[in-house]
Design a protein around this ligand. Structure first.
Ligand code: NAP
Length: 251
């Protein structure tokens, strides 16, 4: 089989690329020939492992540290990425957190922490690389929303608010970026087997699973494959979309 080179000559940044969906995405992009910057906040070792896996598979990757909720750290990360790559073709805003609790128990901190990472982080990163994305006719902005942003979910008012907001943000950016030939899309994963899902009570996990037509949680590769497709040349006429990858939870 010939190697996949659909992203040769493309540079990509995956925020939250040290674990879970972001890690699988960074590997997917690296295996397709892209140069990949793997962002992390605190897990240097995991980010280095992701970078190693990409480099061992013949790709090219670097780890870049930044808390996406901190605009100064994002600006420093952007400078590092520009030094390494020159310009950025594909930005995947994937870093995200949850602080789940029923609304009547939700504290200011629960609300603000989630908004700061999931929503403000996406704003800071997009702003830091916007000129790059509209500076070529193949810029790709891919924001990771969620089934929870589409449907809401018990105990996740803060998280749902951010994931719905990303849909409006992305559709607006699609309108503004279109004249340059660049695209903006959301991927809305369903429940996916990562650290984020592992902290959910087993009983609740079983309840969720019963709502999934395919009867299983997503593997990270199920999501990463779709993100890789959106980053690649076959998706050049797709923009402003929310691609739901949830095993059939929306029907
Ligand atoms: P995960 O396994 O918990 O990994 C989260 C990643 O985000 C880690 O790499 C983490 O870095 C990074 N991160 C967290 N806060 C950060 C910050 N402030 N700055 C920079 N990086 C930060 O999560 P996941 O399940 O793969 O989720 C990835 C994305 O998919 C999220 O946006 C999530 O909302 C979305 N999603 C997940 C599911 C699901 O069921 N898992 C479903 C729908 C959507 P460190 O390792 O350094 O902490």
């Amino acid at each position: 089989m010939s190697p996949n080179t659909t992203l040769e000559d493309r540079t990509c940044l995956v925020t939250g690329g040290s674990r879970g969906i972001g890690k699988a995405t960074a590997i997917e992009l690296g295996e397709a020939g892209a140069e990949v910057a793997v962002n992390y906040k605190s897990s240097l070792e995991s980010a280095e492992r992701t970078v190693e896996e990409i480099n061992e598979a013949g790709g090219s990757a670097i780890p870049v540290k930044a808390n996406v909720a901190d605009p100064a750290e994002v600006a420093a990360m952007a400078a590092e990425v520009h030094d390494a790559f020159g310009t950025l073709d594909v930005l995947i805003n994937n870093a995200g957190i949850t602080k789940d609790t029923r609304f009547d128990r939700m504290t200011d901190a629960d609300w603000h922490n989630v908004i700061e990472v999931n929503l403000h982080g996406t704003f800071y990163c997009t702003r830091a690389f916007y000129e790059d994305l509209v500076g070529s006719d193949h810029g790709r902005l891919i924001n990771i929303s969620s089934i929870v942003g589409e449907q809401g979910n018990y105990g996740q008012a803060n998280y749902a608010a951010t994931k719905s907001a990303l849909i409006g943000f992305t559709r607006t950016l699609a309108r503004e970026m279109g004249r340059y030939g660049s695209t903006a899309n959301c991927v809305a994963p369903g429940f996916t087997m990562t650290d984020m899902l592992k902290v959910v009570d087993e009983e609740i996990q079983e309840k969720i699973k019963r709502k999934i037509i395919l009867g299983r949680f997503a593997e990270v590769e199920d999501i990463a494959g779709v993100i890789g497709f959106l980053a690649g040349p076959d998706a050049s006429y797709i923009t402003g979309e929310v691609i739901s990858v949830n095993g059939g939870m929306n029907i």
